[in-house]
Ligand binder design. Structure first.
Ligand SMILES: Nc1ncnc2c1ncn2[C@@H]1O[C@H](COP(=O)(O)OP(=O)(O)O)[C@@H](O)[C@H]1O
Ligand SMILES: [Mg+2]
Length: 603
């Protein structure tokens, strides 16, 4: 059962690989032909020795030796050229394949929705993009080359032997299946133990790291003995596995050499008899001896590649899974036709967004199934500022993410300007969204690039204008390179407040119809908070906005405040209305207010 599934997926994988190799079929043909010729020539070279012995040395003649030498030179030169050709073409195929796989995978990731990244950890995706794809490139470009070579070389040797003397050839044919079986068995074992060694090794370095970094904690918690014990366990496992790996390698070679010797003895014994009876020449016997010794090389290569391909099977599967994964949020064909997709936006067909948002009987749960929103209804008129407050985990971000179509309702619908957003394209909505997150993300590059990230075509004056609006201009021009200052990886050269202001400038430059602030002010000191508060007021003006704020003082001016609890609206209304009601909002607000006063008094 398992076998047949495996076979099916192998065929499936082969089909896919062939599909990816299609653009390089010219180069692959060249490689294939060169390798076939190379293996043929290599199998033929020992025949030249036989000719030298039989026709020149034993006969003591030099007649025709010039032609012979020229032929020898010709073969050697052809080999050199062909080897150059296949190595350079193989390298090209490897690189192009790796490139196209990465491009495909990357493109797929660009289309994937938030929920995809919930269920697939970043580390998992990174490993697919790097080590798995590299492995596939290697195996496809060089593994197949080695396989073709070993098959070609072995066939060449066998053909020559049968041509010269089939009885002697039969002696070696007997050894062939035994050699192949032993080689595949051992090569697979060797590969597996090597992989175990690597795995345990990374566990050891992990434990080592933890042991050092967590040394103080262990001491305080009196856990040293347990840690040491666990570490000892790992190292002794490592010891056992390494010894096993060495043992297997140590067994494999003598076995092969032993089989080879049996072959040699047989060839020598029978061959001697044949020479005495003048059935074969001395040169032919020498040739057979050479072939017997060479026999082992292609078989070793073949079984090595064979076992490597089996282990690469998993890499193939994982990468194909990534490339062929379904998009969880997808625009229909008709919609892409009209509105375009991420890469090709048909902006001329896009309706302008007024900013009227409505949740209509929305049900929603994440992958793990638990319902977060049930029959959720909410109407927001265009230009309205809505604040969402409530405890962590109450569902504020979920509501906002649904409004942005980062996730879609499982039941019910979200209407933008009265129409279900699934009847328009994702990029239509996303192009009109401004989103500032709690931890702003900047991309490595200049400040200028980061501000214009959502609108590449913006003029420099517009970028400066946006920065001035959110009061980021002053600190930007203080840098020696001004707007060309590199922000570093993830914006690490800037403070959190500065990063936040730049992401505000980025949002405002896009001039979005709908604006979202998800706890954007929670990780900032009081002074930056004031600046950001002003920036927010400017940003919100004239657009539909959702603000999720930790600090309730920042949302007093919102048109409507929603208190969210367990995915439901507990209370709603303006600040003074809710304060007058003396309900949940009143409690939240007064609690925070007294806490603030207390901490002010303390400091
Ligand atoms: N990506 C996710 N995958 C699974 N569950 C999630 C995810 N994001 C949030 N949740 C769960 O949904 C509920 C609401 O979370 P969220 O909307 O982030 O709350 P809030 O923003 O109010 O803190 C929580 O129980 C949380 O654990
Ligand atoms: Mg949240």
């Amino acid at each position: 059962m398992i076998e047949s599934i495996n076979k099916k997926s192998s065929i499936n994988i082969m089909k896919n690989v062939l599909l990816f190799l299609k653009p390089f079929k010219g180069k692959i043909a060249v490689i294939f032909i060169s390798i076939i010729i190379i293996s043929g020539l290599e199998a033929y070279l020992p025949v030249m020795q036989k000719i030298a012995i039989d026709d020149f040395i034993l006969r003591g003649s030099t007649q025709g030796i010039n032609l012979f030498l020229m032929k020898y030179m010709g073969i050697s030169m052809s080999l050199l050229i062909l080897i150059y050709v296949f190595i350079s073409f193989g390298g090209k195929v490897e690189m192009s394949l790796v490139y196209s796989l990465r491009e495909k995978a990357f493109e797929k990731l660009q289309y994937q929705s938030f929920s995809y990244f919930d269920t697939n950890a970043d580390g998992w995706i990174m490993a697919r993009m790097t080590s798995d794809i590299t492995k596939i490139g290697e195996i496809v470009a060089w593994g197949f080359v080695d396989m073709i070579w070993s098959i070609g070389f072995l066939s060449g040797i066998l053909i020559m032997m049968f041509k010269l003397n089939y009885k002697l050839a039969l002696v070696l044919i007997f050894l062939l299946p035994i050699l192949i079986a032993i080689s595949i068995y051992f090569q697979t074992k060797i590969l597996r133990t090597q992989r175990d060694v690597r795995k345990i090794n990374s566990l050891i370095s992990g434990a080592y790291n933890e042991g050092i970094l967590g040394a103080k904690t262990s001491k305080v918690l009196v856990n040293e003995e347990k840690n040491t014990h666990a570490f000892e366990n790992l190292t002794s496992r490592m010891n056992r596995t390494s010894v096993r790996a060495a043992m297997i390698t140590a067994l494999y070679l003598p076995m092969i050499i032993g089989l080879n010797s049996i072959g040699l003895v047989a060839v020598l014994g029978i061959g001697n008899n044949f020479i005495l009876n003048e059935i074969i020449s001395i040169g032919t016997l020498v040739l057979f001896i050479n072939y017997t010794i060479m026999f082992f090389d292609p078989i070793k290569e073949f079984s090595r590649v064979f076992s490597e391909m089996q282990s690469a099977h998993a890499s193939f599967e994982r990468v194909l899974e990534l490339i062929h994964s379904d998009l969880e949020i997808k625009d229909s064909k008709e919609i892409i036709e009209k509105y375009g997709d991420i890469c090709e936006k048909k902006i001329h067909n896009w309706e302008k967004i007024d900013g009227h948002v409505e949740f209509k009987n929305v049900n929603f749960g994440y992958h793990n199934g638990e319902p977060i929103l049930e029959n959720f209804n909410l109407k927001i008129s265009s230009g309205e500022t809505i604040a969402l407050v409530g405890e962590t985990g109450s569902g504020k971000s979920t509501i906002v993410n649904l409004a942005c179509r980062f996730y879609e309702p499982t039941e019910g619908s979200v209407l933008i300007d009265g129409i279900d957003y699934r009847e328009r394209s994702q990029s239509w909505l996303h192009n009109n969204l401004g989103y500032v997150l709690q931890t702003p993300h900047l991309f490595s590059g200049s400040i200028k690039d980061n501000i214009s990230y959502g609108r590449r075509e913006a003029a420099f004056e517009e970028i400066i204008g946006a920065a001035k609006l959110v009061k980021a201009h002053d600190f930007i021009v203080k840098f020696t390179h001004g707007y060309d200052t590199e922000v570093g990886e993830g914006g690490n050269n800037l403070s959190t407040g500065q990063k936040q202001l730049i992401s505000f400038a980025r949002a405002i430059l896009k001039n979005p119809s709908i604006f979202i602030l998800d706890e954007a002010t929670s990780s900032i000191d009081a002074e930056s908070e004031k600046v950001i508060q002003d920036a927010t007021d400017i940003l919100l003006h004239g657009r539909t906005s959702f603000i999720i704020a930790h600090r309730l003082s920042t949302i007093i001016n919102a048109d409507r405040i929603l208190v969210i609890k367990d995915g439901k609206i507990l209370e709603e209304g303006g600040h003074s209305f809710l304060m007058g009601k003396k309900g949940a909002y009143f409690t939240l607000y007064t609690r925070q207010f007294t806490q603030d006063e207390e901490s002010k008094l303390m400091s």
